[in-house]
Design a protein around this ligand. Structure first.
Ligand code: ADP
Ligand code: MG
Length: 722
C-alpha cells in the first residue's frame, strides 16, 4: 500500500469511538434549546402569549408593542442559558444557510455595558447582502438586504465551540421587497394553497374550514467516509464526490448492508446527532443503513412545511459538524461514488388543516372520500401540467448523476398511485363508476374501495412521485438540496390545480343532481386531460422511457441544462405570477442563480479533473512505469527477457489520459456562448463527456499501477473501512 494510504488506514484502525455521555431521558432534553410555545407560555403575560400563539398558528401579524415584550422575554430566556449573541438565520438561493451574529451588548452614556434586545431588533436585521446570489434582482452596489423574523418558526439556541447564539429564523429580501431567499416563496405558496383549497372545500359544502397548510417529512440519505481518507482526496474536499476511482471487487451486490447492523462508530455518531436534534426540537425518528456500503438514512417525523424546511437545513448543518467531531466526513452529495447507489431525499408531503384533517387521507366517510379524490386528482393534474417545472426545481449538477441512473427515479415525471387507487381513477375516466351510481352504489362503494391497506411492500421504488397511503412522496429530490424548492413547486402547482378544480366544480354542481355526480364529472374531465401522467409500471425500463415520450407525451429532461430553461416557459411564469408566489423577475432571478450554480460546480470539477490527473495520477503512473522499465532493462542485462506488456499498457493509458486532459483544458477556455442555455448545454454534453473520458483512463490506470504507488484512497478503503 502507498505510504500515505497506509498511514490513514492505521490511524483509522487505532481510532477509538468518540465517547458520548449517556443520552438523557427524552422529556429532559426535548426542545430544551427552543423558545417554543411552551417556553413562551411560561415567560409571557397572558395577553402577549395569546397574541403570539395566534401569530404562530395562523401567521397573523404581531403588533410592535407585543414584539417588544416577546423580544425582552426571549432575551431573558437566552441569557439565562448563557447566550451572548443573537443572529437572524436565513436561507439564500444557494442551498446554504446564512447567519449574521450581533451581541446583545450595548454601552450606555456612563460607559457601562448592558444588554438590550428590542422588538425592532428582533423583527428586522440588515445584513450586507452583496455576497449572496441575487440573479440581477439587486445591483451589487445597492447591497442592502433585509432579514425579517418569521415568528411561525421557533427561535432556538445554537451551541458552538465558541459559545451559544440565539438563532432567529428569518426571511431575506431586497430593499425593494423582492424575495432573495427560499423561505418567502414557501410562505407565499402556503397561502396560495390555503386560498385555493378553501374555495374547493366551500363548494363541497364544508362550513367550518381552518387555514390549510402543507406538511413535510424528509428522509435524508448520506454517506460517512473516514476523515483520514476524505482529507487525502481533493475531489471529496472540494466537490463532495469522487471524480476518479475504479470499482472495487466487492460492491453492493450482496445487499448485505441494507438494514444491517449499524457499525459501532456510526451508532455513536447517530446517537450524538440525535441528542443534538432533540434539544433543538427536531423529531428525529428513524435511522438505518442504506443500500450502499457506508450509506445511511435519517428521517425526522413530519412537521409543518415551513418548520420542517428550517429543521432540514439545520439537520444538514449538524450532520456535517457532528460527523467531523467523530472523525468522519458526511457526504450529502447525490452520487459520491460512481457505480454505487446514490443518495436522495424523499420529500413526503401532505396538505391539511385543523378542521378537515389531512386532505390527502382517503378517510372513512363518503364525504371525506370525495374531498380526498378532488385533492388527489388536483395533484395528478399538477404533476401532468407542470411536470417539467417539478423536474427543474430538483435539477442540479450533482442530482444529474443520480436521476435516471437505474437506481434512482427517472428524469420523467409521472405519478404512482398504487394499484387500488389507480384502478379507481381509471374507472372514473372510463365512466364505470358513474354507471353504477343509479343503484346508490357509489357512496358506499367509494368508502369501501378506499379502505386502504397501507402496505409499504406495495411501494414502487422506480417512481419519482408516489402516493403512499396518506401523502405523496417526491422521491427524485437530491440529497444535498433544500426541501423548500420542491415544497414551493408542489404547493404552487396544487394551488393552481385546485383553482382549476373549483372552476369546473362550480359548473358541474349547477348541472348535476348530486355532489357525488358533480365530483365524478370533474374528475372525469381531469383524467381525460391529465390521466396520462399516472403510471404504475417500472420507471427504470427502457420501454417506459420510450412510451412516456412517444405515447404519453411526457417530457424526458435528462440533465439540468435541459430542465432549468423550463422555468422560463410562459406557462410556468404565469403559474407563479397568478398564484402570487413569485413575480416574473423573482422567477427569472431563480433561473439565473441556479444556472450560475450549475456552471460553477461543473467548472470546479473539470478543473479538479485536470489538476488531479496531471499532478497525482500521471506522476504515480510514471513512477511505476519507470520502475517497470528499469527492471526490464536490468533483466535484459542478465539475459532474462520479460514481457513489456504492462509497461506498454500503462504508457498507452497515460498518453490517452493526458490527451483527454489537454482537450478538457481547451474546452474549458471556451467562453463565447450566445446564451446561458447554450453554455449549460455545452457543459452538460461536452465538458462532462471529456471528464468521463479522462476518468476512464485514470480508472484503468488504477487497476494497472502497483498499489504502493497509488496516492488516492481507493473505493474499497473509503467504503468498507470505518
Ligand atoms: P418509509 O417507509 O418511506 O421510509 P418512514 O416511516 O421512514 O417511511 O416515513 C417517511 C417520512 O414520511 C417520515 O418523515 C414521516 O414522518 C413522513 N410522513 C408520514 N406521514 C406523513 C404525512 N401525512 N405528511 C407528510 N409526511 C408524512
Ligand atoms: Mg425510506
Amino acid at each position: 500500500v502507498n505510504e500515505g494510504r497506509a498511514a490513514a488506514i492505521s490511524a483509522i484502525t487505532r481510532r477509538q469511538a468518540k465517547s458520548v455521555t449517556m443520552p438523557q431521558p427524552l422529556n429532559k432534553v426535548w426542545a430544551s434549546d427552543v423558545f417554543n410555545l411552551a417556553s413562551m407560555e411560561e415567560a409571557l403575560s397572558k395577553n402577549a402569549f395569546k397574541a403570539m400563539k395566534n401569530t404562530v398558528q395562523t401567521g397573523a401579524a404581531l403588533d410592535p408593542a407585543t414584539a417588544d415584550v416577546v423580544a425582552a422575554a426571549m432575551k431573558e430566556w437566552a441569557i439565562s442559558k448563557g447566550v451572548k449573541f443573537f443572529s437572524h438565520i436565513f436561507y439564500p438561493m444557494t442551498n446554504a444557510t446564512a447567519e449574521k451574529h450581533d451581541g446583545f451588548i450595548v454601552t450606555n452614556s456612563e460607559g457601562a455595558a448592558i444588554t438590550e434586545f428590542t422588538g425592532s431588533l428582533l423583527i428586522k436585521g440588515e445584513p450586507d447582502g452583496s455576497s449572496f446570489p441575487n440573479g440581477s434582482l439587486r445591483m451589487t452596489s445597492a447591497a442592502r438586504g433585509y432579514t425579517a423574523w418569521d415568528p411561525t418558526s421557533p427561535v432556538y439556541i445554537m451551541h458552538t465551540a465558541n459559545g451559544a447564539t440565539l438563532m432567529i429564523p428569518s426571511v431575506f429580501m431586497s430593499w425593494t421587497g423582492e424575495a432573495l431567499d427560499k423561505k418567502i416563496p414557501l410562505l407565499r405558496s402556503n397561502s396560495a394553497l390555503d386560498k385555493a383549497g378553501a374555495r374547493v372545500l366551500a363548494l363541497m359544502g364544508e362550513s367550518d374550514v381552518a387555514t390549510i397548510n402543507s406538511s413535510c417529512g424528509a428522509e435524508q440519505e448520506y454517506f460517512l467516509v473516514d476523515a483520514e481518507f476524505a482529507n487525502a482526496r481533493p475531489d471529496l474536499l472540494l466537490a463532495g464526490r469522487t471524480l476518479f476511482g475504479a470499482a472495487p471487487a466487492k460492491g453492493q451486490e450482496f445487499d448485505d448492508h441494507y438494514f444491517g447492523a449499524i457499525p459501532a462508530r456510526v451508532q455513536v455518531f447517530m446517537q450524538d446527532l440525535e441528542d443534538k436534534l432533540y434539544r433543538l426540537g427536531i423529531p428525529a425518528k428513524t435511522h438505518h443503513n442504506e443500500v450502499a456500503p457506508g450509506q445511511f438514512e435519517i428521517a425526522p417525523y413530519y412537521e409543518a412545511a415551513n418548520v420542517a424546511a428550517d429543521h432540514q437545513q439545520l439537520l444538514m448543518t449538524l450532520m456535517k459538524a457532528t460527523a467531523k467531531e467523530h472523525g468522519f466526513m458526511c457526504l450529502l452529495h447525490e452520487k459520491p461514488f460512481s457505480g454505487v447507489n446514490g443518495s436522495g431525499k424523499h420529500v413526503n408531503w401532505s396538505v391539511g388543516n385543523a378542521t378537515q384533517g389531512n386532505l390527502l387521507d382517503p378517510g372513512s366517510t363518503p364525504s371525506d372520500n370525495l374531498n380526498f379524490l378532488l385533492f388527489c386528482g388536483a395533484v395528478i393534474r399538477g404533476v401532468h401540467q407542470f411536470g417539467p417545472m417539478l423536474r427543474a426545481v430538483i435539477a442540479s449538477a450533482s442530482n444529474d448523476h443520480r436521476l435516471g441512473a437505474n437506481e434512482a427515479p427517472p428524469a420523467i415525471l409521472s405519478v404512482y398511485l398504487g394499484e387500488q387507487l389507480e384502478k379507481l381513477f381509471v374507472d372514473i375516466k372510463n365512466g364505470k363508476l358513474e354507471a353504477a351510481k343509479a343503484g346508490g352504489y357509489m357512496d358506499l362503494g367509494l368508502s369501501q374501495i378506499l379502505k386502504f391497506e397501507r402496505d409499504p411492500g406495495d411501494r414502487n421504488r422506480t417512481s419519482p412521485f408516489a402516493f403512499t397511503g396518506n401523502r405523496f412522496e417526491f422521491r427524485a429530490v437530491g440529497s444535498s438540496a433544500s426541501v423548500s424548492g420542491p415544497l414551493v413547486a408542489m404547493n404552487t402547482m396544487l394551488a393552481d390545480s385546485l383553482n382549476w378544480v373549483a372552476d369546473r366544480l362550480e359548473a358541474a354542481l349547477a348541472k348535476n343532481d348530486t355532489k357525488t355526480a358533480a365530483v365524478m364529472d370533474v374528475l372525469k374531465q381531469l383524467m381525460d386531460a391529465h390521466g396520462n401522467v399516472v403510471f404504475g409500471g417500472n420507471g427504470y425500463s427502457e420501454e417506459w422511457h420510450r412510451a412516456a415520450v412517444e405515447e404519453r407525451g411526457l417530457r424526458n429532461l435528462p440533465t439540468t441544462a435541459d430542465a432549468l430553461p423550463c422555468l422560463r416557459e410562459p406557462e410556468v411564469v404565469e403559474l407563479f405570477k397568478s398564484t402570487g408566489v413569485l413575480s416574473p423577475v423573482e422567477l427569472e432571478s431563480r433561473f439565473e442563480v441556479y444556472s450560475e450554480q450549475y456552471l460553477a460546480s461543473i467548472e470546479v470539477e473539470a478543473k479538479l479533473v485536470v489538476e488531479m490527473a496531471s499532478t497525482m495520477i500521471y506522476p504515480a503512473a510514471m513512477a511505476y512505469l519507470s520502475q517497470l522499465s528499469e527492471t526490464a532493462l536490468s533483466m535484459k542485462e542478465i539475459g532474462i527477457g520479460i514481457s513489456t506488456g504492462t509497461a506498454s499498457k500503462v504508457a498507452g493509458e497515460m498518453e490517452a489520459m493526458m490527451a483527454g486532459v489537454a482537450e478538457l483544458g481547451e474546452a474549458l477556455s471556451k467562453h463565447d456562448f450566445s446564451s446561458t442555455e447554450e453554455h449549460m448545454h455545452f457543459f452538460a454534453y461536452e465538458i462532462r463527456a471529456l471528464m468521463d473520458r479522462v476518468r476512464s483512463h485514470a480508472d484503468t490506470l488504477e487497476t494497472l499501477v502497483a498499489d504502493e504507488y497509488w496516492p488516492l484512497p481507493k473505493y474499497r478503503e473509503m467504503l468498507f473501512i470505518r
